[in-house]
Write a protein that binds this ligand. Structure first.
Ligand code: SAH
Length: 269
């Protein structure tokens, strides 16, 4: 039993922070959908979460959009609803652990003794890779993926500027930065990425009928996004793996290499 459960007011419901996925309602987890289907109240971020995700809400469920609420108002709303119903759902875009103000909402619920749980979701980073048929890792190319952003109104902690992170030459999934592509470019250039380094921008990954995929290079991507009119809800990806689908030579994964023996298979060659 979690320490906070004991403090829960009698008859108090649970607040579930549910990752709504990147946009396509079918990318909700089964668990997330089941929670929505039995929710007494749902608070969703209308500016980012596809409202279609609430389509499974039962009749009588109270559905509110948090886009005009402050954090304090959101916390008060969730606490009030938990006093009224058994299952309260806070729908967050993508996965709740990434850029989601999760902990800021968890703290007031803890303070009020309201039990809570988190259900992961498909992040837009993963949905963007899927949309473009890309792999963030390839043997002997890169085995590392960094989730980051460039500095906007939220300052970057020391040591996390893009130039420092890009020095690893790993895959970079850059959130919240589509209007700051000049900073993305400057960071990659400062780390020595060449002008023809491949880049990918996916706007509204997985949103039915709205997804846009732009492929370019460090030299061209900003203008291409401008031409395509992409100014929001986009994932910027820089990676030495981009476009590997069309490479003539790939270093194979050891796991499936005929000459490689492992726990489940003996080498055949
Ligand atoms: N928790 C979310 C991220 C929230 S921050 C997740 O795991 O995906 C919001 C940023 O996520 C946006 O600025 C954009 O960079 C990215 N994003 C969210 N939905 C997106 C989508 N459908 N396609 C591309 N990028 C998206």
């Amino acid at each position: 039993m979690a320490a906070h459960d004991s403090a829960a007011p009698a008859g108090c419901g649970t607040v579930w922070f549910v990752g709504a996925g990147p946009g396509d309602p079918e990318l909700l987890t089964v668990k997330g959908r089941d929670l929505i289907a039995r929710a007494g109240a749902i608070l969703f971020a209308g500016s980012l979460v596809n409202v279609a995700a609430t389509r499974w809400a039962p009749p009588g469920c109270v559905v509110a959009d948090s886009k005009d609420m402050t954090l304090e108002q959101m916390a008060a709303w969730l606490i009030e609803q938990a006093g009224r119903c058994e299952t309260v759902v806070r729908l967050q875009t993508g996965d709740p652990a990434l850029y989601g103000a999760l902990i800021e909402l968890v703290q007031p619920l803890d303070a009020a003794g309201v039990p809570l749980q988190v259900v992961p979701g498909v992040s837009s980073a993963m949905a963007s890779a899927a949309a473009a048929v890309e792999s963030f890792t390839l043997p002997e190319v890169t085995q590392t993926t960094i989730f980051t952003r460039v500095e906007g109104r939220t300052p970057m902690p020391a040591g996390e500027d893009l130039a420092a992170l890009a020095a690893h030459r790993s895959t970079l999934c850059i959130f919240l930065s589509i209007t700051l592509l000049h900073r993305v470019e400057a960071g990659l250039r400062a780390a020595g990425w060449p002008e023809d380094a491949p880049m990918l921008v996916v706007h509204k990954a997985s949103w039915p009928g709205e997804e846009q995929i732009v492929r370019g290079t460090l030299a061209t991507i900003k203008q291409q996004c401008r031409d395509a009119g992409i100014v929001s809800q986009a994932m910027v990806i820089a990676s030495p793996t981009l476009g590997a689908r069309h490479w003539p030579e790939l270093t194979r994964s050891k796991l499936y290499d005929p000459a490689f023996t492992h726990r489940f298979r003996k080498a055949s060659a």
